[in-house]
Design a protein around this ligand. Structure first.
Ligand code: 16G
Ligand code: MG
Length: 549
């Protein structure tokens, strides 16, 4: 089969590129105002079909979402056959195709891609796609479908789903009928398998208290309702911010990003929490989770990704030990430089802790190196991955005591409960609730496993963030020359002082993180570094004077 040039031209002309727009496929795919994405969606449909053919008909996923961004935005990202994010080397092909300025140029670029990889176009193309609740998603999916039609691809439209469910379905489709079969490739299959594992894991434990779930007025509420049906009395959810009728409400004063960024309750949640009661927030596409609670002094207390990682990593190491599998399964944790120093200190006593650059793909790749890899970013992205060797150990191990048998049973349930393809706010939520039930922890006891060092996160608008280059997992600047020394000379004056500067991958800013033994010092360090950046690069210390993020 040769490239269907006539069909590509006909459909491409229906989705002309806006001349002035520059597109870039970044850590979270393409993401911008939904109104600018028509041509991009069509071209992503063509690219997904070509990638599927390249992979001999393996199903490629496409998720139309802009996650925790405001409702006016939308975006799209591709998902590879094992449910992981698009192979990094193809990100630039997505960027090139999106930026071709005419149908002819687009078709030439497609032709070049096919020739470069010697893609046999006779292979079928299978693409599985879904969108979140954003209204612009309807038309954008139609543009995507034109891309599939142009290439004669088989499209499977899963409608409105969470991002993690899309990732899960892609992996199920591609492993069906193989020894690595991941599960039934239906939403029902995902809900049932995850819920069943949860119910078995907490059987005989105290039932979790009713859980307030802030759904960010997004698609997470759709999946939460389905879980509630399957879970029945095992756990009671109190859904909040579940208004899917009003598109403007998405992520507005709600969601995991709101809580993490503002370090406070969503306004609608604050009045309903009793002292000691915990709650959690999903983000707009339900791939990020943050917990929090009202303490006895009626203060907001954050239980972020680092706290979730600590709880989960501690539990899994206990299970491995209890099962008598310490020498056969290595549990490791992956963090980024944002992880609070206190969390790293607490965890590295218990298990290997690796630090990698920000971005789920870096953490996911590092976690795959362990028998059981736990990874969470402080912002609530995270999951747990189990290596093929670990599956074999769990399948063949003969426990020598009833206690070991019990722990082995729990260990065998975790891969079913946890969506290993990408951070999944709902499956992570059930995992947290299961661990708290096993440990008989209240939110306070969970919070007390270590005490966060006071910290401050700032963003500084600079003329050109790309002059900031980092090394050592973004913990040290190598460029601008000499800036890291200025930072080190200042930070070393403070006990437990730590700070780093990194260019944002999603906004035109550099981010400054600082922590110290008290809040005043952490603030002082962050402000001083913002000043150094300003002096050295002419950046504007604050997007809005005094703005803290
Ligand atoms: C994206 C990343 C997230 C990262 C964030 C950092 C994925 C799926 N998402 O949202 O992991 O924490 O960017 O943004 O990789 P920043 O570079 O602007 O700080
Ligand atoms: Mg998200």
């Amino acid at each position: 089969m040769s490239l269907p040039v006539e069909a590509l031209a006909r459909y491409s002309d229906l989705h002309p590129k806006l001349s002035y727009e520059k597109f870039h496929y970044g850590t979270a795919g393409f993401r911008m105002a939904g109104s600018l994405l028509d041509s991009v969606m069509f071209r992503v449909g063509v690219l997904a079909a070509i990638r599927s053919k390249r992979l001999e008909g393996k199903t490629i996923g496409v998720m139309v979402t802009a996650s925790h961004n405001p409702p006016v935005d939308n975006g799209v990202k591709l998902v590879d056959p094992r449910g992981e994010m698009l192979e990094a080397s193809w990100e630039r092909h997505a960027t090139v195709l999106a930026n071709t300025t005419s149908t002819d140029e687009f078709i030439d670029a497609v032709d070049k891609l096919v020739k470069t990889y010697k893609i046999n176009l006779d292979h079928p193309a299978n693409v599985l796609y879904a969108r979140d609740t954003r209204p612009s998603g309807v038309e954008l999916v139609a543009a995507l479908e034109d891309g599939l039609k142009a290439m004669g691809a088989n499209g499977r439209n899963e409608g409105v789903q969470t991002t993690p469910i899309l990732h899960y379905l892609v992996r199920c489709v591609n492993t069906k009928g193989t020894p690595e079969a991941y599960g039934e490739d239906t939403v029902e299959g995902y809900i049932k398998s995850t819920a069943d594992a949860f119910k078995k894991l907490i059987a005989g434990k105290p039932a979790p208290p009713p859980l307030v779930v802030d759904c960010a007025n997004g698609v997470g509420y759709v999946a939460l309702k389905q879980f509630a049906e399957y879970l029945g009395p095992a756990i009671t959810f109190i859904p909040m911010n579940n208004d899917l009728e009003n598109a403007a409400a998405l992520n507005s004063d709600a969601g995991a990003d709101y809580v993490k960024t503002n370090q406070k309750f969503p306004p609608s949640i604050a009045p309903v929490l009793a002292p000691g009661q915990r709650a959690c927030s999903l983000d707009g596409d339900a791939d990020r989770l943050i917990y929090y609670y009202l303490n006895s002094r009626k203060q907001f207390r954050l239980l972020d990704g680092d706290k979730i990682a600590a709880l989960v990593a501690g539990f899994i190491t206990d299970l491995v030990k209890g099962a008598g599998l310490e020498g056969q399964i290595d549990v490791g944790l992956v963090q980024t430089a944002y992880a609070n120093g206190a969390s790293t200190k607490y965890l590295e006593k218990r298990l290997p802790v690796a630090c990698v650059p920000t971005g789920v793909k870096h953490l996911h790749r590092a976690a795959l190196r362990y028998g059981v890899g736990v990874y969470f970013e402080a912002n609530g992205h995270g999951t747990v991955v189990f290596s093929p060797a670990t599956y074999e150990v769990l399948a063949s191990y003969q426990p020598s005591t009833p206690t070991q048998a019990t722990y082995l049973e729990y260990l065998n349930l975790l891969p079913k409960l946890i969506n290993q393809t990408i951070g999944d706010a709902l499956s992570d939520m059930l995992l947290v609730e299961a661990v708290l039930a096993h440990k008989h922890y209240t939110a306070l006891e969970w919070d007390s496993i270590y005490i966060d060092l006071p910290n401050r996160l700032l963003k500084v608008v600079v003329p050109n963030r790309n002059i900031f280059q980092t090394e050592d997992a973004e913990r040290r600047l190598v460029h601008p020359e000499g800036m890291q020394k200025l930072i080190d000379d200042h930070v070393k004056k403070f006990e437990s002082g730590r700070a780093f500067v990194r260019p944002s991958g999603t906004e035109n800013v550099v981010r400054v993180y600082a922590e110290a033994s008290d809040q005043g010092q952490a603030d002082q360090i962050a402000l001083k570094i913002a000043g150094i950046i300003y002096d050295e690069t002419g950046g504007d210390p604050f997007e809005r004077p005094g703005e803290f993020l």
